[in-house]
Structure formats: C-alpha cells, structure tokens
Design a protein around this ligand. Structure first.
Ligand code: HEC
Ligand code: HEC
Ligand code: HEC
Ligand code: HEC
Length: 435
C-alpha cells in the first residue's frame, strides 16, 4: 500500500501540466487602463494583462483578485474609467475587488451604481458603508475549488488602512484592521485550507499584520510602492506588485508551497482584442460626453491671450518653418494616429494651452493651437504681438527654460529627458526679426 502511494505520488509530481489553483493579483491601477505610449517601453495595461491571464489560464484554475484603487481622482472621466475597469475585471473573470481609499473617494453612490450589476464581489473586512446606498460589501469571501479530486477552500479577507483616509467620510466607518480581522480569522481558520489577506495598507503595516495573524499564507499589500516586493515573514508571504498595473502577481499555493511569481507586462505580451475594443468604447464615451469642452480652465498668466503659431510665424519665419519640421508640430496628429484625441488626460501635453481660457478647445474651434506650439513654451503672445507691431521691445516675454519643458517631459512621459540634448535637437535657427 505504501509503495503504491509512493508511485502514485511520483506520478503526481511529474505531471507538469497538472491544473493548478492559481491566484492572480493586481491592484493600485490608479487610473492606468493602458500605458500612454509616450515612452519607448510602455508597461502594463489591461490589454496585456488579459493575454497574460489567457496564457496562465489554460489548464490552470485562475482566481484573479483585485487589491483596490482602480482610479486616481474624482472626475467624470474617472467615473467612466472606473466603469471600464470594472467591466474589464469582469471579462477577465476576476472574483473580487477589495476597497481602497481611492475607491472610497469616488463615493459610495458611484460604487454602488458600478457594482450593482457586476458579478464581482466587493470585499472589505473593516470598511462599513451605510446600508442606505444598497451596496453589498462582503467581510470575507470563500471560494471552493476542486483540484485533483479534492476540494480546496480558500478564504479571502480584505482591509483598508485607516491612515490612508485623510477626511472623515460621512456614512463610512473604518474599523482598525486587527480589531476587524481577529473574529473573522478565528471564524474562518478551521473552515478553509488557505487564508489570504488583501491588505490595502503601507507595506510595513502589512508586515505587522503578518506577525499578528500568522494564519495568513499570503498577504497582498500595496500603497504607493512603485516596484514589486516579496518578503517572507514567518509562515506568511507578504507581497506587493507595485502601482499602475505594470506588474501582475501569481500565486500557486498547493503544489509549490510559496509558489509566487511576479510578471512585468512588457512587449512580450500582446494586447488582447477584447480589451482593445473595451478601450475603444471608453474613448468613444469620452468623445460622446465631449469631456474636452469640460476641462477646468484658468485665466492665463498676464492679460495675454493665445494667438496661434501662424501669427508668430508672420514675424518669426525661420523659427516657424523650422518648428514645423519638429515632432512638436505634429503632436496632435500623434494622438489622432493612436485614437486618443478626445481624451483630456492625453491632450494637455499634445496641444497648446488646454488648461487656460483662450487655449486649445477643439480641433474645430482652435485649429491653430493644435500641437506643442510656440506658446506652449513661450506663453500666450497676443500682447507681445501688439507690442511688436508698435515697434516696442519684447520686454520679458517668452522666457523658456528646462522647467517649461518638464511640465510635459516629466518622469512619466519623458524619463530620458535632459534639457541640453533635447533642446539641441529642436533649437531654432538664428534669425533677424523686425517688428
Ligand atoms: C509683429 C511681429 C511679431 C509677432 C507677430 C511676434 N513676434 Fe516675437 N518678436 C518680434 C520682435 C521684433 C522681437 C524682438 C524684440 C526685441 O528686440 O526685443 C520678438 C521677440 C520674441 C522673442 C524673444 C524675446 C526676448 O526675450 O528677446 C520671443 C520668445 C518671441 N518673440 C516669440 C513670439 C511668439 C511665440 C509669437 C507668437 C505668439 C511672436 N513672437 C509673435 C516680433 C513679433
Ligand atoms: C506642452 C508640452 C510640451 C512642452 C512644454 C515641451 N514638449 Fe517636447 N514634446 C512634447 C510631446 C507631446 C512630444 C512628442 C511629439 C510627437 O512626436 O507626437 C515632444 C517631443 C519632443 C522632442 C522629440 C521631437 C523631435 O522632433 O525629435 C524633443 C527633442 C523635445 N520634445 C524637446 C523639448 C524641449 C527641449 C522642450 C523645452 C524647451 C520641450 N520639448 C517642451 C511635449 C512638450
Ligand atoms: C504630461 C504630458 C503628457 C501627457 C499627459 C501625455 N503625453 Fe504623450 N508624450 C509626451 C511627451 C513629452 C512625449 C515625447 C517623449 C519623448 O520623446 O521623450 C510624448 C510622446 C507620445 C507618443 C510617441 C510619439 C512618437 O511617435 O514618438 C505617443 C504615441 C503619445 N505620446 C501618446 C499619448 C497618449 C495616448 C496619452 C494619453 C493616454 C499621452 N500621450 C499623454 C507628453 C505627454
Ligand atoms: C519646445 C519649446 C519651444 C517651442 C515649441 C518654441 N520655442 Fe522658441 N525658444 C525656446 C527656448 C528654450 C528658447 C531659448 C531660451 C529662451 O531664449 O527663452 C527659445 C527662443 C526663442 C526666441 C528667441 C531668439 C532665439 O532664437 O534665441 C524666439 C524669437 C522664439 N523662440 C520664437 C519661437 C517661435 C516663433 C516659435 C513657434 C514657431 C517657438 N519659438 C517655438 C523654446 C521653444
């Protein structure tokens, strides 16, 4: 009998394609549905994530879970984005979403509207939202999976660190995590084979929870940690896969104890057609709601208005003709090429003066302000034009420095930027200008 069992065991182990319970985790997308394409090596995005999941799926039984913080800010665009995110999670067969502080910022009304019709379970063991919103939040979720003829039960708990919420939200109560977890862990530990905590908290706080609750095999942590970290703490693995959905975690607890892997979503993963269609309809909604016309604008510095490149070109011909040959002149067309020209989050750096009155509004209303024009670097120039016509000196107009460039060439959208080299690539030809 023992011999038979041994043979059986060795057969069992030597079957590499054996279906594994595979927990996939992601979180803190903070609004990154897709990489923007501004850098050479764009990472992340739901379209690549989907193909990773398809590759890992196959014979494996996937349980994708989401840590929290789908979008970054509270705007109409982010509400649409959140709906798109939750729909993408549904299509990727996610089973649950843990509540993060940014999910709370978006408001219980929006959350209940979005999750009302979603099969995704909303999880939180310590966030209590007033029942008046009709939002169903589960303090724990148990999944039962059959593997190799045996049933495996996995219990998921989820917390949000109270330190991450600055304001008191009416209708929302946050219980200290260890206080909320203690009775639930006691209740679940003998009912399930595996306990997993989604800890929407700074990494140190999650480590601390791992020593209070050695019952957890895995703690998925996060909050503002850019890169993945994996730490063993007693019997518990504490892991974060970083922010913005660039990395996705995978955990196969049964056959490879501690079997944990983090994938970086780079060019090796193709973009899934289903997610690309979803992203396309997201762009269409931004267009249908004409969100570009609704961006908040302030008066530009000084009393000047934006004039448009062609006006500048009447006097600064050499600079104008040269500018037309640079990528700045066609930055709007770049967005048209990638079908993002109605996306306010993209267009601010690919046109001139979006956040100012008299700046770019739409291609129909302000065609002269498309692209990174003269005034994107020199500031609105109507007064300078009038003064130049009168033959007055251009006093103090138009100083442009490295800081000007870096409003757009920031770490996210131009990590290789350095002023000297970049300026030399687009420096204006010398010219004599007469008023
Ligand atoms: C009517 C002709 C005219 C127009 C239109 C005009 N400029 Fe000028 N600009 C001049 C002249 C002349 C000077 C040099 C004045 C001086 O010597 O101070 C000048 C100087 C400048 C300078 C250098 C300022 C400095 O500190 O020396 C910048 C930058 C500039 N213009 C940008 C622009 C931009 C951008 C536009 C379009 C919004 C524009 N100009 C439109 C005639 C014009
Ligand atoms: C309003 C936003 C904005 C500002 C300000 C800005 N850039 Fe750019 N820059 C862009 C965008 C967008 C692109 C990509 C254009 C494309 O190809 O679509 C770009 C591309 C470039 C390129 C590559 C284009 C080429 O023709 O090779 C260089 C070089 C560059 N910028 C230098 C600078 C420098 C130097 C400054 C400051 C003096 C600056 N930029 C200021 C947005 C900006
Ligand atoms: C904060 C400013 C900023 C925002 C916001 C921004 N971009 Fe860019 N984008 C840039 C800069 C700067 C470059 C040039 C980077 C470089 O060459 O170093 C660029 C380059 C690009 C390029 C490559 C152009 C080429 O062919 O070389 C694409 C495509 C692009 N952006 C698309 C987008 C999309 C889509 C969005 C919105 C999801 C977006 N951008 C949002 C600043 C921005
Ligand atoms: C990407 C940013 C950027 C854009 C776009 C840009 N400039 Fe400039 N410009 C600069 C910088 C940087 C300088 C050099 C520093 C300074 O003098 O402010 C400069 C200098 C100038 C000067 C001073 C004289 C000189 O040649 O040194 C003039 C005039 C000028 N630009 C006009 C224009 C006009 C006209 C356009 C549009 C056709 C334009 N610029 C587009 C960044 C830009």
């Amino acid at each position: 009998m023992r011999l038979l069992a041994l043979i059986f065991l060795s057969l069992y182990i030597s079957l590499p394609s054996y279906a594994e319970v595979t927990i996939i985790f992601s979180g803190e997308e903070s609004g990154y549905l897709e990489p923007c394409g501004c850098t050479k090596e764009p990472l992340g995005g739901i379209a690549k994530r989907h193909s990773l999941l398809s590759l890992q799926g196959g014979p494996n039984k996937l349980l994708p879970i989401s840590l929290g913080d789908l979008v970054g800010h509270v705007t109409r665009q982010n509400e649409i984005k959140m709906e798109t995110m939750v729909e993408s999670l549904r299509q990727m067969d996610y089973i649950l979403h843990n509540i993060g502080e940014k999910d709370i910022h978006i408001g219980p009304e929006v959350l209940s509207y979005i999750f009302y019709s979603s099969p995704l379970e909303l999880l939180s063991s310590n966030v209590l939202i007033s029942s008046s919103y009709g939002l169903k939040v589960s303090p724990f979720v148990i999944k039962e999976i059959e593997e190799g003829g045996t049933k495996v039960k996995i219990g998921f708990l989820g917390i949000l660190s109270p330190h991450l919420l600055e304001d008191n939200h009416k209708d929302i109560e946050i219980i200290p995590p260890s206080e909320a977890l203690r009775p639930l862990v006691n209740q679940l530990k003998d009912r399930v084979d595996l306990l997993i905590l989604l800890s929407h908290a700074p990494f140190e706080e999650s480590l601390n929870l791992s020593s209070i609750f050695p019952e957890f095999q895995l703690i998925v942590s996060g909050h503002d940690v850019d890169h993945p970290i994996v730490r063993r703490s007693g019997n518990t693995t504490v892991v974060t896969c970083g922010t913005k959905g660039k990395h996705i975690g995978l955990y196969q607890p049964l056959h490879k104890p501690g079997g944990l892997e983090i994938f970086t979503l780079d060019d090796r993963y193709h973009e899934s057609q289903e997610m690309l269609s979803l992203l396309q309809s997201y762009q269409q909604r931004l267009r249908d709601e004409d969100l570009l016309s609704k961006v908040e604008r302030q008066a530009p510095p000084g009393d000047a208005a934006y004039a448009g490149n062609i006006i500048c070109g009447t006097c600064h011909q050499a600079a104008f003709l040269h500018w037309k040959t640079t990528g700045h002149a066609t930055a709007y067309e770049t967005l048209v090429r990638v079908e993002h020209q109605y996306d306010p989050e993209c267009i601010s750096c690919h046109v001139t003066g979006l956040y100012y009155t008299t700046g770019f509004e739409s291609i129909e209303n302000t065609p002269l302000l498309k692209g990174v024009g003269c005034e994107a670097c020199h500031g609105p120039g109507s007064l300078h034009k009038e003064q130049a016509i009168k033959g007055l000196k251009a006093e103090g107009y138009g100083k442009s420095t490295a800081g000007t460039c870096q409003t757009c060439h920031d770490l996210e959208h131009g990590p290789d930027f350095h002023f000297e080299g970049f300026w030399q690539k687009i420096i204006h030809p010398k010219e004599e200008v007469k008023g």
